[in-house]
Design a protein around this ligand. Structure first.
Ligand SMILES: Cc1ncc(COP(=O)(O)O)c(C=O)c1O
Length: 280
């Protein structure tokens, strides 16, 4: 399969030839969901977890999964390269309806799109990033990985406009997550992350870190994090599939801890890298 090939509704084709109708409900309404699945040297990372989250996202928007687990795996396989780190991006929309109407269309097949991109090393992994807090302007379905990402985009851009790399979102005085990441803090030596619910995306990287913490006797808990606690945390991290664990070394212009990735970041990042290696 030539590189730059993508999958669209049953066929593989060069990216430039992948076209959808302007009546697609993803285009008109943002009516769809997506997944991002890392693949290290051709091996999909935590595939079952990602496909379970996809199933949950589809259920949240009342769309039937068009493929079984095995069918998904067969769709991904030709897009993967055995010699590099990549991620699968897959998107399912409610399809192309005959006209623009908010109501679900009857008897319309979903649009299924899959592409594969290289994971480029994140420039600031070793140094950490600056982040800014802002009021979380999103809706009550944040647990669904919906393509409707306008609020997240505005949050990320507002952070970039202030010279920071990520927005840390706050709802009613408590941290939810980042614009495109989950949040962890270290409080009195304990790793703390907000509990799952409809205010955050249940990140796969988040789950992996909690598993690794448990296995390696690192104290952790899922708990609400107030802004006051965030401001006195000795370490703050943001996590995601493509950037992994990134330390926040400056928050709202103030140094976090010593202003460098902290000791627990080094421990957990080491455990994550070893875990990834063990799966190859
Ligand atoms: C809003 C949001 N929260 C959390 C995450 C982290 O999820 P994962 O670790 O599965 O990539 C992402 C990933 O992009 C995200 O967009």
């Amino acid at each position: 399969m030539a590189s730059k090939a993508v999958y669209l509704n049953g066929s593989y084709m060069p990216l430039a030839e992948a076209k959808i109708s302007v009546l697609d409900r993803g285009f008109l309404f943002g009516d769809g969901v997506y997944e991002v699945i890392p693949a290290y040297y051709g091996k999909l990372f935590r595939l079952d977890d990602h496909l379970q989250r996809l199933e949950n996202s589809l259920a949240a928007i009342r769309l039937t999964n068009p493929h079984s687990r095995d069918q998904w795996q067969a769709i991904f396989a030709p897009l993967l390269a055995a010699d590099k780190n990549q991620y699968i991006y897959l998107q399912i929309t409610r399809g192309v309806a005959p006209k623009r109407d908010h109501a679900f269309p009857a008897n319309v097949a979903p649009t299924v799109f899959v592409m594969c991109s290289d994971i480029l090393p994140f420039a600031d992994t070793d140094t950490g990033i600056a982040a800014v807090t802002m009021d979380d302007s999103r809706w009550k379905l944040c647990h669904a990985k919906a393509i409707t990402l306008l609020a997240n985009i505005l949050h990320r851009q507002a952070a970039l406009d202030q010279g920071s790399a990520e927005a840390i979102l706050v709802k009613d005085g408590y941290v939810t997550e980042g614009a495109a990441s989950n949040v962890f803090v270290v409080l009195d030596g304990v790793l703390v992350t907000p509990p799952k619910g409809n205010a955050i995306l249940p990140g796969i990287t988040r789950d992996v870190l909690l598993e690794l913490a448990e296995k390696n006797s690192v104290a952790w808990r899922e708990d609400a994090i107030s802004v006051a606690q965030l401001n006195c945390a000795s370490e703050i991290w943001v996590t995601s599939s493509t950037r992994e664990i990134i330390a926040v070394v400056e928050l709202d212009g103030v140094k976090v801890g010593e202003g460098v990735p902290g000791p627990l970041w080094h421990t957990m990042n080491g455990l994550l890298q070893a875990y990834k290696q063990s799966l190859l």
